[in-house]
Design a binder for this molecule. Structure first.
Ligand code: SF4
Ligand code: SF4
Length: 439
Protein backbone atom coordinates (compact mmCIF):
# COMPACT_ATOMS: atom_id res chain seq x y z
CA UNK A 1 0.00 0.00 0.00
CA UNK A 2 1.24 3.48 -0.86
CA UNK A 3 2.52 5.48 2.13
CA UNK A 4 2.13 8.84 0.39
CA UNK A 5 -0.20 10.53 -2.07
CA UNK A 6 2.66 11.05 -4.52
CA UNK A 7 3.30 7.28 -4.62
CA UNK A 8 -0.37 6.41 -5.01
CA UNK A 9 -1.68 5.20 -8.36
CA UNK A 10 -2.73 8.52 -9.94
CA UNK A 11 -5.73 6.88 -11.62
CA UNK A 12 -7.43 6.62 -8.20
CA UNK A 13 -7.25 10.39 -7.77
CA UNK A 14 -8.31 11.02 -11.35
CA UNK A 15 -11.49 9.01 -10.93
CA UNK A 16 -13.25 11.94 -9.26
CA UNK A 17 -15.19 13.84 -11.94
CA UNK A 18 -16.23 16.65 -9.55
CA UNK A 19 -19.96 15.94 -9.97
CA UNK A 20 -20.75 16.72 -6.32
CA UNK A 21 -23.20 13.83 -5.86
CA UNK A 22 -21.37 12.87 -2.68
CA UNK A 23 -21.83 16.28 -1.03
CA UNK A 24 -25.32 15.79 0.51
CA UNK A 25 -24.20 12.50 2.09
CA UNK A 26 -21.14 13.97 3.82
CA UNK A 27 -21.74 14.78 7.53
CA UNK A 28 -18.92 17.35 7.75
CA UNK A 29 -20.07 19.20 4.61
CA UNK A 30 -23.61 19.09 5.98
CA UNK A 31 -22.38 20.89 9.12
CA UNK A 32 -20.24 23.62 7.52
CA UNK A 33 -21.43 23.78 3.87
CA UNK A 34 -17.79 24.51 2.96
CA UNK A 35 -16.32 22.84 -0.11
CA UNK A 36 -13.05 22.05 1.66
CA UNK A 37 -14.97 19.99 4.26
CA UNK A 38 -16.56 17.88 1.51
CA UNK A 39 -15.29 14.69 -0.17
CA UNK A 40 -14.80 16.57 -3.45
CA UNK A 41 -12.85 19.32 -1.69
CA UNK A 42 -10.66 16.81 0.16
CA UNK A 43 -9.93 14.87 -3.03
CA UNK A 44 -8.96 18.15 -4.73
CA UNK A 45 -6.50 18.84 -1.88
CA UNK A 46 -5.06 15.31 -2.21
CA UNK A 47 -4.66 15.78 -5.94
CA UNK A 48 -2.92 19.09 -5.36
CA UNK A 49 -0.42 17.25 -3.16
CA UNK A 50 0.06 14.43 -5.66
CA UNK A 51 0.66 17.06 -8.39
CA UNK A 52 3.27 18.80 -6.24
CA UNK A 53 1.19 22.00 -6.08
CA UNK A 54 0.41 21.71 -2.35
CA UNK A 55 2.45 20.54 0.62
CA UNK A 56 1.37 18.05 3.27
CA UNK A 57 1.04 20.63 6.03
CA UNK A 58 -1.01 21.53 9.07
CA UNK A 59 -4.09 22.67 7.15
CA UNK A 60 -4.26 19.44 5.21
CA UNK A 61 -3.75 17.47 8.39
CA UNK A 62 -6.59 19.38 10.10
CA UNK A 63 -8.86 18.70 7.14
CA UNK A 64 -8.12 14.98 7.17
CA UNK A 65 -8.64 14.82 10.95
CA UNK A 66 -12.03 16.47 10.48
CA UNK A 67 -13.04 13.80 7.94
CA UNK A 68 -14.84 10.96 9.72
CA UNK A 69 -13.68 8.30 7.30
CA UNK A 70 -17.33 7.19 7.32
CA UNK A 71 -17.24 6.38 3.57
CA UNK A 72 -20.78 7.66 2.94
CA UNK A 73 -19.25 9.50 -0.03
CA UNK A 74 -17.99 6.22 -1.45
CA UNK A 75 -21.52 4.77 -1.52
CA UNK A 76 -22.90 7.91 -3.18
CA UNK A 77 -20.17 8.23 -5.81
CA UNK A 78 -21.29 7.22 -9.34
CA UNK A 79 -17.67 7.13 -10.53
CA UNK A 80 -16.62 4.49 -7.98
CA UNK A 81 -13.96 6.64 -6.29
CA UNK A 82 -12.05 4.53 -3.73
CA UNK A 83 -12.23 7.11 -0.95
CA UNK A 84 -11.17 4.52 1.67
CA UNK A 85 -7.79 4.14 -0.02
CA UNK A 86 -7.40 7.89 -0.51
CA UNK A 87 -8.26 8.53 3.14
CA UNK A 88 -5.82 5.94 4.49
CA UNK A 89 -3.02 7.09 2.18
CA UNK A 90 -3.59 10.73 3.17
CA UNK A 91 -3.43 9.82 6.86
CA UNK A 92 -0.24 7.78 6.27
CA UNK A 93 1.30 10.75 4.39
CA UNK A 94 0.53 13.05 7.33
CA UNK A 95 2.22 10.61 9.73
CA UNK A 96 5.25 10.25 7.40
CA UNK A 97 5.64 14.03 7.45
CA UNK A 98 5.29 14.14 11.27
CA UNK A 99 2.83 17.02 10.97
CA UNK A 100 0.98 16.24 14.19
CA UNK A 101 4.03 15.11 16.16
CA UNK A 102 4.29 16.25 19.75
CA UNK A 103 5.91 14.46 22.71
CA UNK A 104 2.50 13.69 24.31
CA UNK A 105 0.95 12.45 21.05
CA UNK A 106 4.00 10.34 20.18
CA UNK A 107 3.98 8.77 23.63
CA UNK A 108 0.26 8.03 23.36
CA UNK A 109 0.69 6.42 19.90
CA UNK A 110 3.68 4.40 21.10
CA UNK A 111 1.71 3.11 24.08
CA UNK A 112 -1.43 2.26 22.11
CA UNK A 113 -0.92 1.61 18.37
CA UNK A 114 2.73 0.53 18.54
CA UNK A 115 2.63 -1.45 21.81
CA UNK A 116 -0.76 -2.45 23.24
CA UNK A 117 -2.48 -3.11 19.90
CA UNK A 118 0.54 -5.06 18.62
CA UNK A 119 0.67 -7.43 21.63
CA UNK A 120 -2.58 -9.28 22.35
CA UNK A 121 -1.33 -10.67 25.69
CA UNK A 122 -0.42 -7.22 26.97
CA UNK A 123 -3.72 -5.76 25.74
CA UNK A 124 -5.70 -8.39 27.64
CA UNK A 125 -3.54 -7.91 30.75
CA UNK A 126 -4.28 -4.18 30.58
CA UNK A 127 -7.96 -5.07 30.16
CA UNK A 128 -7.84 -7.16 33.34
CA UNK A 129 -6.25 -4.31 35.29
CA UNK A 130 -8.87 -1.90 33.97
CA UNK A 131 -11.64 -4.31 34.92
CA UNK A 132 -10.27 -4.44 38.50
CA UNK A 133 -10.02 -0.63 38.57
CA UNK A 134 -13.67 -0.30 37.50
CA UNK A 135 -15.01 -3.18 39.63
CA UNK A 136 -13.52 -1.90 42.88
CA UNK A 137 -15.01 1.54 42.24
CA UNK A 138 -11.54 3.10 42.04
CA UNK A 139 -12.66 4.89 38.85
CA UNK A 140 -15.48 6.66 40.70
CA UNK A 141 -13.14 7.56 43.58
CA UNK A 142 -10.57 8.98 41.14
CA UNK A 143 -13.31 11.11 39.58
CA UNK A 144 -14.59 12.28 42.99
CA UNK A 145 -11.14 13.28 44.14
CA UNK A 146 -10.43 15.13 40.90
CA UNK A 147 -7.51 12.82 40.04
CA UNK A 148 -8.79 12.46 36.46
CA UNK A 149 -7.97 16.14 35.99
CA UNK A 150 -4.27 15.26 36.38
CA UNK A 151 -4.30 13.00 33.31
CA UNK A 152 -2.98 14.19 29.93
CA UNK A 153 -5.71 15.81 27.82
CA UNK A 154 -6.36 12.81 25.52
CA UNK A 155 -6.79 10.44 28.46
CA UNK A 156 -8.95 12.97 30.27
CA UNK A 157 -11.32 13.09 27.30
CA UNK A 158 -11.23 9.33 26.91
CA UNK A 159 -11.97 8.53 30.56
CA UNK A 160 -15.75 9.24 30.69
CA UNK A 161 -16.25 7.36 27.40
CA UNK A 162 -14.18 4.32 28.35
CA UNK A 163 -16.16 1.08 28.09
CA UNK A 164 -16.90 -1.18 31.05
CA UNK A 165 -14.39 -4.01 30.68
CA UNK A 166 -15.83 -7.54 30.82
CA UNK A 167 -14.97 -9.89 33.69
CA UNK A 168 -14.25 -12.68 31.18
CA UNK A 169 -12.80 -12.38 27.70
CA UNK A 170 -13.62 -14.58 24.71
CA UNK A 171 -10.91 -17.17 25.50
CA UNK A 172 -12.75 -17.97 28.76
CA UNK A 173 -16.23 -17.98 27.22
CA UNK A 174 -15.58 -19.92 24.02
CA UNK A 175 -13.81 -23.27 23.53
CA UNK A 176 -11.21 -23.44 20.75
CA UNK A 177 -13.46 -25.80 18.79
CA UNK A 178 -17.22 -26.05 19.18
CA UNK A 179 -19.58 -28.19 17.11
CA UNK A 180 -23.34 -28.04 16.57
CA UNK A 181 -25.69 -30.74 17.86
CA UNK A 182 -26.91 -31.21 14.26
CA UNK A 183 -24.63 -32.47 11.46
CA UNK A 184 -21.96 -29.93 10.52
CA UNK A 185 -22.89 -27.97 7.38
CA UNK A 186 -19.98 -25.49 7.41
CA UNK A 187 -16.63 -25.00 9.12
CA UNK A 188 -15.86 -21.43 10.11
CA UNK A 189 -13.29 -19.50 12.14
CA UNK A 190 -14.31 -16.64 14.45
CA UNK A 191 -12.41 -13.38 14.82
CA UNK A 192 -12.83 -12.07 18.35
CA UNK A 193 -11.51 -8.49 17.85
CA UNK A 194 -9.82 -6.20 20.39
CA UNK A 195 -12.43 -3.76 21.74
CA UNK A 196 -15.11 -6.37 21.05
CA UNK A 197 -13.21 -8.92 23.15
CA UNK A 198 -12.50 -6.55 26.05
CA UNK A 199 -15.82 -4.70 26.22
CA UNK A 200 -18.31 -7.02 24.51
CA UNK A 201 -16.99 -10.57 24.80
CA UNK A 202 -20.61 -11.70 25.37
CA UNK A 203 -21.34 -10.73 21.74
CA UNK A 204 -18.62 -13.14 20.64
CA UNK A 205 -20.26 -15.90 22.72
CA UNK A 206 -23.62 -14.99 21.14
CA UNK A 207 -22.04 -15.18 17.68
CA UNK A 208 -20.78 -18.71 18.36
CA UNK A 209 -24.23 -19.77 19.64
CA UNK A 210 -25.93 -18.40 16.53
CA UNK A 211 -23.41 -20.13 14.26
CA UNK A 212 -23.92 -23.44 16.12
CA UNK A 213 -27.70 -23.05 15.80
CA UNK A 214 -27.17 -22.73 12.05
CA UNK A 215 -25.07 -25.86 11.60
CA UNK A 216 -21.57 -24.29 11.69
CA UNK A 217 -18.61 -25.80 13.54
CA UNK A 218 -16.64 -22.88 14.99
CA UNK A 219 -12.88 -22.62 15.48
CA UNK A 220 -11.79 -19.69 17.69
CA UNK A 221 -7.98 -19.41 17.92
CA UNK A 222 -6.46 -18.13 21.16
CA UNK A 223 -4.60 -14.83 21.56
CA UNK A 224 -5.72 -13.29 18.30
CA UNK A 225 -3.85 -10.12 17.36
CA UNK A 226 -5.57 -6.86 16.40
CA UNK A 227 -6.78 -7.00 12.77
CA UNK A 228 -4.83 -3.78 12.04
CA UNK A 229 -7.79 -1.58 11.17
CA UNK A 230 -6.85 0.96 13.87
CA UNK A 231 -3.35 1.16 12.38
CA UNK A 232 -4.54 1.51 8.77
CA UNK A 233 -7.02 4.26 9.68
CA UNK A 234 -4.42 6.12 11.70
CA UNK A 235 -1.58 6.27 9.22
CA UNK A 236 0.43 3.15 10.14
CA UNK A 237 0.21 0.89 7.02
CA UNK A 238 3.45 -0.95 7.88
CA UNK A 239 2.08 -2.15 11.22
CA UNK A 240 -1.29 -2.95 9.60
CA UNK A 241 0.54 -5.19 7.07
CA UNK A 242 2.50 -6.95 9.80
CA UNK A 243 -0.74 -7.69 11.73
CA UNK A 244 -2.40 -8.95 8.55
CA UNK A 245 0.45 -11.47 8.08
CA UNK A 246 0.07 -12.67 11.67
CA UNK A 247 -3.66 -13.09 11.23
CA UNK A 248 -3.26 -15.11 8.00
CA UNK A 249 -0.69 -17.37 9.71
CA UNK A 250 -3.05 -17.92 12.64
CA UNK A 251 -6.14 -18.68 10.50
CA UNK A 252 -5.15 -20.23 7.16
CA UNK A 253 -8.04 -19.32 4.82
CA UNK A 254 -7.94 -22.63 2.91
CA UNK A 255 -8.99 -24.52 6.08
CA UNK A 256 -12.39 -22.82 6.52
CA UNK A 257 -15.56 -22.11 4.56
CA UNK A 258 -15.65 -18.63 6.07
CA UNK A 259 -13.78 -16.42 8.51
CA UNK A 260 -16.43 -14.61 10.56
CA UNK A 261 -16.30 -11.10 11.95
CA UNK A 262 -19.09 -9.41 13.91
CA UNK A 263 -17.62 -5.88 14.11
CA UNK A 264 -18.42 -3.59 11.16
CA UNK A 265 -15.22 -1.54 11.37
CA UNK A 266 -12.92 -4.55 11.63
CA UNK A 267 -14.72 -6.42 8.84
CA UNK A 268 -14.30 -3.56 6.40
CA UNK A 269 -10.53 -3.66 6.93
CA UNK A 270 -10.26 -7.47 7.16
CA UNK A 271 -11.66 -7.80 3.63
CA UNK A 272 -8.79 -5.72 2.21
CA UNK A 273 -5.68 -7.63 3.28
CA UNK A 274 -4.70 -8.15 -0.35
CA UNK A 275 -4.41 -4.39 -0.88
CA UNK A 276 -1.93 -4.33 2.03
CA UNK A 277 0.06 -7.42 1.02
CA UNK A 278 -0.15 -7.52 -2.78
CA UNK A 279 3.58 -6.73 -3.14
CA UNK A 280 4.61 -9.42 -0.66
CA UNK A 281 5.32 -12.58 -2.71
CA UNK A 282 4.95 -14.83 0.37
CA UNK A 283 1.53 -13.55 1.34
CA UNK A 284 -0.15 -12.01 -1.73
CA UNK A 285 -2.00 -15.16 -2.86
CA UNK A 286 -3.03 -16.12 0.67
CA UNK A 287 -4.23 -12.55 1.31
CA UNK A 288 -6.44 -12.77 -1.78
CA UNK A 289 -7.90 -16.08 -0.52
CA UNK A 290 -8.31 -14.53 2.93
CA UNK A 291 -10.29 -11.55 1.56
CA UNK A 292 -12.70 -13.90 -0.16
CA UNK A 293 -13.28 -15.95 3.00
CA UNK A 294 -13.90 -13.06 5.41
CA UNK A 295 -17.63 -12.63 5.98
CA UNK A 296 -19.59 -10.39 8.25
CA UNK A 297 -21.79 -12.56 10.50
CA UNK A 298 -25.06 -11.15 9.06
CA UNK A 299 -23.83 -11.56 5.51
CA UNK A 300 -22.81 -15.17 6.22
CA UNK A 301 -26.04 -16.19 7.95
CA UNK A 302 -28.22 -14.78 5.19
CA UNK A 303 -26.01 -16.46 2.55
CA UNK A 304 -26.37 -19.92 4.17
CA UNK A 305 -30.09 -19.45 4.93
CA UNK A 306 -30.70 -18.58 8.60
CA UNK A 307 -33.00 -20.76 10.67
CA UNK A 308 -36.01 -18.90 12.10
CA UNK A 309 -36.05 -19.21 15.91
CA UNK A 310 -39.14 -20.94 17.28
CA UNK A 311 -39.39 -18.75 20.40
CA UNK A 312 -39.31 -15.08 21.27
CA UNK A 313 -36.50 -13.74 23.47
CA UNK A 314 -38.95 -11.17 24.90
CA UNK A 315 -41.83 -11.43 27.38
CA UNK A 316 -43.97 -9.08 25.24
CA UNK A 317 -43.76 -7.72 21.69
CA UNK A 318 -40.73 -5.43 21.67
CA UNK A 319 -40.00 -2.46 19.40
CA UNK A 320 -36.47 -2.55 17.98
CA UNK A 321 -34.75 -0.19 15.59
CA UNK A 322 -31.40 -0.53 13.83
CA UNK A 323 -28.49 1.91 13.48
CA UNK A 324 -26.10 1.06 10.62
CA UNK A 325 -22.37 1.03 11.28
CA UNK A 326 -20.72 3.15 8.55
CA UNK A 327 -18.12 0.53 7.79
CA UNK A 328 -20.66 -2.28 7.64
CA UNK A 329 -22.88 -0.28 5.27
CA UNK A 330 -20.46 1.78 3.20
CA UNK A 331 -17.28 -0.26 3.66
CA UNK A 332 -18.80 -3.74 3.26
CA UNK A 333 -22.19 -2.98 1.64
CA UNK A 334 -23.92 -5.19 4.21
CA UNK A 335 -27.20 -3.28 4.48
CA UNK A 336 -30.21 -5.57 4.16
CA UNK A 337 -28.88 -8.62 6.04
CA UNK A 338 -28.98 -7.29 9.65
CA UNK A 339 -32.60 -6.21 9.03
CA UNK A 340 -33.45 -9.64 7.57
CA UNK A 341 -32.12 -11.32 10.72
CA UNK A 342 -33.87 -8.95 13.12
CA UNK A 343 -37.18 -9.49 11.33
CA UNK A 344 -36.81 -13.27 11.79
CA UNK A 345 -37.03 -12.93 15.58
CA UNK A 346 -40.48 -13.75 16.95
CA UNK A 347 -41.96 -10.95 19.08
CA UNK A 348 -39.64 -8.32 17.60
CA UNK A 349 -41.47 -5.36 16.14
CA UNK A 350 -39.04 -3.76 13.71
CA UNK A 351 -39.08 0.02 13.30
CA UNK A 352 -36.95 1.66 10.63
CA UNK A 353 -34.64 4.41 11.93
CA UNK A 354 -34.63 7.63 9.86
CA UNK A 355 -31.11 8.39 8.58
CA UNK A 356 -30.01 4.93 9.80
CA UNK A 357 -26.79 5.15 7.78
CA UNK A 358 -25.83 8.66 8.94
CA UNK A 359 -22.67 8.43 11.10
CA UNK A 360 -23.26 8.50 14.90
CA UNK A 361 -19.98 10.38 15.44
CA UNK A 362 -18.00 7.49 16.90
CA UNK A 363 -15.74 6.85 13.88
CA UNK A 364 -12.82 5.17 15.66
CA UNK A 365 -11.41 7.78 18.02
CA UNK A 366 -13.18 10.72 16.33
CA UNK A 367 -15.28 11.32 19.46
CA UNK A 368 -12.02 12.07 21.27
CA UNK A 369 -10.18 13.97 18.53
CA UNK A 370 -13.21 15.98 17.28
CA UNK A 371 -15.58 16.11 20.26
CA UNK A 372 -17.78 18.98 18.99
CA UNK A 373 -18.61 17.45 15.61
CA UNK A 374 -18.99 14.03 17.22
CA UNK A 375 -21.47 15.45 19.76
CA UNK A 376 -23.53 17.08 16.98
CA UNK A 377 -23.81 13.78 15.14
CA UNK A 378 -24.67 11.89 18.30
CA UNK A 379 -27.41 14.36 19.19
CA UNK A 380 -28.94 13.99 15.73
CA UNK A 381 -28.83 10.19 16.03
CA UNK A 382 -30.38 10.15 19.52
CA UNK A 383 -33.22 12.38 18.37
CA UNK A 384 -34.10 9.92 15.59
CA UNK A 385 -33.83 6.92 17.92
CA UNK A 386 -36.13 8.64 20.44
CA UNK A 387 -38.68 9.44 17.72
CA UNK A 388 -39.03 5.80 16.67
CA UNK A 389 -40.35 4.79 20.11
CA UNK A 390 -38.11 1.70 20.08
CA UNK A 391 -36.87 0.32 23.40
CA UNK A 392 -33.84 -1.38 21.84
CA UNK A 393 -31.47 -0.02 19.22
CA UNK A 394 -29.47 -2.73 17.47
CA UNK A 395 -26.07 -2.01 15.99
CA UNK A 396 -23.11 -4.12 14.87
CA UNK A 397 -19.91 -2.28 15.67
CA UNK A 398 -18.30 -1.79 19.09
CA UNK A 399 -17.52 1.90 18.41
CA UNK A 400 -21.15 2.71 17.53
CA UNK A 401 -22.34 0.54 20.43
CA UNK A 402 -20.26 2.50 22.94
CA UNK A 403 -21.14 5.87 21.44
CA UNK A 404 -24.87 5.08 21.67
CA UNK A 405 -24.63 3.63 25.20
CA UNK A 406 -22.78 6.73 26.43
CA UNK A 407 -25.10 9.13 24.58
CA UNK A 408 -28.32 7.45 25.73
CA UNK A 409 -27.13 7.23 29.31
CA UNK A 410 -26.02 10.90 29.38
CA UNK A 411 -29.41 11.91 27.97
CA UNK A 412 -31.26 9.72 30.51
CA UNK A 413 -33.05 7.84 27.70
CA UNK A 414 -34.17 4.30 28.57
CA UNK A 415 -33.25 2.58 25.32
CA UNK A 416 -30.80 -0.31 25.42
CA UNK A 417 -28.18 -1.08 22.77
CA UNK A 418 -27.73 -4.64 21.50
CA UNK A 419 -25.92 -6.39 18.68
CA UNK A 420 -28.47 -8.03 16.29
CA UNK A 421 -26.74 -11.36 16.89
CA UNK A 422 -27.31 -11.08 20.64
CA UNK A 423 -31.07 -10.81 20.10
CA UNK A 424 -30.98 -13.78 17.73
CA UNK A 425 -28.88 -15.83 20.19
CA UNK A 426 -31.38 -15.09 22.97
CA UNK A 427 -34.22 -16.35 20.75
CA UNK A 428 -32.39 -19.63 20.02
CA UNK A 429 -31.59 -20.07 23.72
CA UNK A 430 -35.22 -19.47 24.68
CA UNK A 431 -36.27 -21.99 22.05
CA UNK A 432 -33.93 -24.62 23.44
CA UNK A 433 -34.88 -23.90 27.08
CA UNK A 434 -38.59 -24.28 26.17
CA UNK A 435 -37.94 -27.53 24.31
CA UNK A 436 -36.02 -28.96 27.28
CA UNK A 437 -38.56 -27.59 29.77
CA UNK A 438 -35.98 -25.27 31.50
CA UNK A 439 -37.46 -21.86 30.84
S1 SF4 B 1 -15.55 9.86 4.64
FE1 SF4 B 1 -17.47 10.76 5.48
S2 SF4 B 1 -16.79 12.71 6.41
FE2 SF4 B 1 -15.11 12.02 5.07
S3 SF4 B 1 -15.49 13.00 3.09
FE3 SF4 B 1 -16.51 11.00 2.98
S4 SF4 B 1 -18.63 11.39 3.65
FE4 SF4 B 1 -17.40 13.17 4.28
S1 SF4 C 1 -19.49 11.76 -6.16
FE1 SF4 C 1 -17.51 10.84 -6.66
S2 SF4 C 1 -16.95 11.71 -8.62
FE2 SF4 C 1 -18.57 13.01 -7.80
S3 SF4 C 1 -17.46 14.63 -6.66
FE3 SF4 C 1 -17.91 13.03 -5.16
S4 SF4 C 1 -16.08 11.73 -5.18
FE4 SF4 C 1 -15.99 12.99 -7.04
Amino acid sequence: MAHSLRELDYAILQQCMHCGMCLPTCPTYDTTKRERNSPRGRIALMRGIADGELEVGEEFSREMSYCLGCLACQTACPAGVDYAQLFETARADIEEHGIQDSPARNLWRTLTLRTLFMRPGLLRLTGRLLHGYQKTGADKTARRWGLVGLLPETLRRLEPQAPRICAKFSDELIAIDESPAEPVRHRVALLTGCVQDLAFSGINRDTVDVLLANGCAVHTPRSQPCCGSLHAHNGEPGMAASLARRMIDLIPPDQFDAIITNAGGCGSHLKKYHALLKDDPRYAARALAWDQKVKDIHEWLVAIGPRTPKASPFEDDTAVTYHESCHLTHGQKVVAQPRVLLKLIPGLHYLELPEASWCCGSAGIYNITQPEQSALLLERKLKHIGNTGAVIVATANPGCHLQLVNGLSAAGVKVTVEHPVTLLARAYRRESSLSTGHS
